[in-house]
Design a binder for this molecule. Structure first.
Ligand code: ZN
Length: 142
């Protein structure tokens, strides 16, 4: 197990503009505000959704893009450092017109129709992501 205690530093609430890429928009916000650790949540709507499922045997993401309007029911994730930059790791649940849901690890290519988010920034030693041989994932190392 690896864990660390933090204190709450700042709390933000904001929204992305229609047409923005969800991941790129959040990354830009984190970089602008120098946020290196914390948690993020959000709701809204997307006009395109790109999500992945990690195949634990093949050790790679199976990514799918859905070119249809969906509700963003819940996005939840964390913020740490990967390759020297603030990195949001986000998972999401989305619903279609018939209310059925799908979800997964959110990738670039998810286009916002409307997205309202909260970021809770922590103070303390930032987790840095590094490659983990056993899982094939970039996990918190130190
Ligand atoms: Zn993930």
């Amino acid at each position: 197990m690896l864990f660390r205690g933090f204190n709450l530093k700042r709390i933000f609430q904001g929204r992305l503009q229609k047409g923005e890429d969800l991941i790129e928009g959040i990354k830009a916000f984190l970089k602008d505000e120098c946020i290196h650790k914390g948690i993020i949540s959000g709701i809204g709507a997307a006009s395109r959704v790109s999500i992945g499922y990690y195949d634990q045997t093949e050790k790679r993401y199976k990514m799918d893009t859905f070119e249809e309007p969906m509700e963003i029911l819940s996005i939840k994730g964390n913020i740490s450092i990967k390759d020297g930059e603030p990195f949001p790791h986000l998972h999401g649940v989305f619903s279609k017109k018939d209310h059925t849901c799908l979800g997964g690890h959110i990738f670039e290519g998810t286009e916002v129709f409307a997205f309202e988010f909260e970021v809770l920034e922590f103070s303390g030693d930032t987790f840095i992501r590094g490659y983990d041989e056993e899982t094939g994932l970039y996990l918190w190392m130190a």
